[in-house]
Design a binder for this molecule. Structure first.
Ligand code: BYC
Length: 473
């Protein structure tokens, strides 16, 4: 296993000290990154001690250490999973050929584009979450937010390393661009739609960590199959960190649901207005937030029918998540889709499996999303209420792909534009809903205490108690 060298300015396991040119280029980028972090990273507590984990090994067992760190002093490093010298390309037309250790000329611009798109999301999410520290429901949650933020920063480093190490001058320019585009910026927005949506409250943050980070999981799994070996190894290690981000979303939503049902039981009522009056977030509002963030995340998979996706697969650049679990790796079959028929109805269409790669991934993602919904519904059921949360249809409120701008209800039935305009008020958060949710987000910065609208966590981080002072305020 390649050891991580922590004595260097940039911790790494890529033998950076033996590549002076690359080391200098990255050391040149480092202060720009820190300036960006200062300007657009967490707005508060930026110089407080936070109980953070830092990657210190790429070993599956014990890869991280925990300790008090001030975020600007976090050791953002470059870590790739260990190399398998015999690795071959596992899918597509180049199957069985040795994985590439350098970028094949004919795939250079495509690979660069994929890496830039992936890299762009990482700082975007930090920007989106910048203000949340001002309204954290507990020190435990505040710490989790910051953990997610520093690790997204590290994932940016991972992509910047690839750009600098393998794409020469244009790679360096793209690395600069990753700090120049900003979430929601009118002139230079982030590349993918969801990453320009504001995240102004913690319910949105948990939804984002559950649904949007889960897109990250699937995209990283697909890139971890890449025939371009340094990209595959980079993504393999990023996935190790990603699991905690989804845990934050999953348990966060679960705790909001739990608290809402507690309030409903205290009130002996499931009236959403009464839940709100008691300072809780009603289940109907949670459903609306889910409708918003889930539908937004579905767009991140791209079009149902995509020749881009087909050529990524054919050329061995991007596989299917967990490609090894498939019993064939050429995807020469057919895939049946339902698409709008152009007359307000639906028709089925058979397309080549390779063209349907985005849809194959989206379908796997939706199945994975269902697991959390089942867990949250168990909480509601156990509390004795009939309400059930449900994912909206994959056709609902899409802005990318076959269903883009086709009005449907949350169940996916095509409806008239007027019916959509009227219904959307009750399907996704209105400005009033957002104002209400923001109104309960009063910060709680006392160890062991938690805001009224969310239940406390079941356990602390890294076996520490729940009432540990996770951020020294
Ligand atoms: N918004 O052929 P199509 C994460 C563009 S999240 C705006 O369907 P393709 C994270 C598309 O780029 C994971 N534009 O697309 C989570 C293309 O443009 P060009 C991020 C969009 O190429 C939380 C055009 O439409 N990683 O890590 O098959 C916190 C034609 O589309 C959108 C990746 O996404 C959109 N939603 O697939 C932190 C992996 N969708 O090239 C981090 C890398 C599509 O014609 N990216 N377009 O100018 C990819 O694999 C692919 O680019 C996509 C799109 C899956 C995104």
């Amino acid at each position: 296993m390649a050891a991580i060298n922590y004595d260097e300015k940039i911790p790494n396991n890529v033998d950076l000290s033996n590549n002076r040119t690359l080391q200098r280029a990255l050391e040149h980028w480092q202060p720009r990154f820190l300036d960006w972090w200062k300007d657009l990273g967490p707005a508060v507590f930026s110089n407080n001690d936070v109980y953070l984990r830092t990657a210190t090994s790429v070993d599956r067992e014990g890869w991280a250490t925990f300790g008090m760190v001030k975020m600007p002093e976090y050791r953002w490093g470059i870590f790739l999973a260990d190399q398998d010298a015999n690795r071959t390309i596992g899918f597509g037309d180049n199957i069985g050929q040795p994985a590439w250790q350098v970028v094949p000329g004919e795939h250079r611009s495509t690979l660069r584009r994929l890496i830039v798109t992936q890299g762009d999301t990482e700082p975007a999410s930090v920007e989106q979450q910048r203000a949340l520290g001002q309204s954290a429901p507990s020190l435990y949650d505040l710490r989790n937010l910051f953990q997610v933020n520093v690790e997204e920063g590290r994932h940016l480093w991972a992509m910047v390393y690839l750009l600098h190490a393998y794409f020469g001058r244009d790679g360096r320019e793209e690395a600069e661009g990753l700090l120049e585009r900003h979430s929601g910026d009118a002139d230079k927005p982030r590349i993918l739609s969801t990453f320009n949506e504001p995240i102004n409250d913690w319910l949105s943050f948990y939804m984002f960590a559950y649904f949007t980070d889960r897109d990250g999981k699937f995209q990283l799994k697909a890139l971890a199959e890449s025939g371009f070996d340094p990209l595959a190894r980079t993504c393999q290690f990023m996935l190790t960190e990603e699991a905690h981000h989804m845990f934050v979303g999953d348990t966060g939503i679960g705790r909001v649901v739990k608290r809402s049902t507690e309030i409903m039981n205290e009130l002996k009522s499931d009236d959403p207005q009464k839940v709100r009056a008691a300072g809780g977030i009603d289940l109907q509002t949670i459903q609306k937030y889910m409708n918003f963030w889930f539908s937004s995340a579905l767009d991140l998979f791209g079009s149902e029918i995509s020749s881009n996706a087909a050529s990524y697969f054919a050329n061995g650049l991007k596989g299917r998540p967990d490609e090894g679990l498939y019993d064939e790796h050429e995807a020469n079959g057919e895939y049946t889709l339902t698409v709008p028929d152009g007359n307000g109805g639906v028709k089925t269409e058979s397309i080549s499996m390779r063209n349907a790669m985005n849809e194959v991934m989206r379908a796997a993602y939706i199945r994975d999303c269902e697991n959390g919904v089942k867990r949250w519904n168990k909480i509601i059921e156990k509390a004795g209420f009939d309400f059930r949360l449900a994912l909206p249809s994959a056709r609902f409120r899409r802005t990318v792909g076959a269903w883009a701008n086709v009005p449907t209800d949350p169940a996916g039935n095509p409806i008239a534009p007027e019916a959509f305009a009227a219904g959307i008020q009750s399907w996704i958060p209105t400005p009033d809903d957002q104002t209400f949710v923001a109104s309960v987000m009063n910060p709680v910065y006392e160890s062991g205490k938690v805001a009224n609208w969310i239940a406390p966590p079941d356990r602390g981080i890294n076996n520490m108690p729940v009432d540990y002072e996770y951020v020294r305020v």
